[in-house]
Design a protein around this ligand. Sequence first.
Ligand code: PLP
Length: 392
Amino acid sequence: MVLSNLVNQLEESVTLAASARAKTLKAQGRDILMLTLGEPDFKTPENIAAAATAAIASGKTSFYTQAGGLPELKSAVSSYFESFYGYGLAPNEVVVTVGAKFALYAFFASVLNQDDEVIIPTPYWVSYADQVKMVGGRPVFAVGTQETDFKVTVAQLDVLKTDKTRVLLLNSPSNPTGMIYTSAELTEIGNWAVAHDVLILADDIYGRLVYNGNNFTPISTLSDAIKAQTIIINGVSKTYAMTGWRIGFAVGNPEIIGAMSKIASQTTSNPSAVAQYAAIEALTGDQSTVETMRLAFEERLNTILPLINEVPGFEAIKPQGAFYLFPKVAKAMEMKGFSDITAFCDDILEETGVAVVTGAGFGAPENLRLSYATDIETLLAAVKRLKAYMEK
Ligand code: PLP
């Protein structure tokens, strides 16, 4: 079959692929511990599920909503921004999408022309680079290493900037590293973007999942000039345990937001109406469940991190947010005779039944990703198996 040049240059999402492989082994009866997906293990809070049930019962299902989202949901996003960003939004500054993932795609499709460049700090969430390629753009990587807490500096951006640079992507707290840029670091980076007329794409999706007294400051709150230059991506998946509902949103410059709505109108149409009603409740209803889940993630992080660092050859820095550990395993690979991280992760799965994700898809070929969005018993059992594997 002749497939498109486009699809031939794309990778399958490594997180989804790793999970699919692990699920197949599980279905075959293998004892698999899944640490692959960025999917909270909690149930969607009851008040949110009840809002969806009420929407179904009252027949709010037999119509398309506005492609860019229900006006009531846009207004809920605005209230949410007032609470957590300190400013509200006009309806034309918000677009609601099928997950934050589609908001990202619609953004790239709206602003990039052929060969336009997007600077992506590494390690980066798996889908960014391929989405840029899908619309003809070029990902350009600013390398963050474990030694610099996986952060990049303005000096690095200066080297990478060309007359094709259109966007700088920031994902703080980061998937996969959990690191958070400080306000001072963000101010410097934001001012750099403003000075060079580079758009900032701020993926804030983990902004409410921050631990141990760390703070998340949204870059858009640092100055009016930075705010004007920034499109924010956010959504309900991670904060409210709503990955299956597929509601994300983007916020910022009305012209770009309008273009993104146009892309949605010709591709997805609106996200599920029922899910939109649920999202209204998520954003404006009782927020105490968010804190309950955040505390649970924090406790898991604090329990599991020291144990991971006791696994021979594993070296993890302490994440400040999100729900992943991203240990460097270069020494462990050497001890086990592997030079390729993906082959190493496959061996771990085969030998221990612990499913993790290769760092290769995140632009970090000496690291692997473990999600702690799973129960503590599974996490403890997984670490025990990894330790036994490395000590063998
Ligand atoms: N951005 C980051 C950094 C993510 O980790 C994810 C999901 O894993 C997304 C965006 C997409 O989230 P969703 O499409 O579920 O809203």
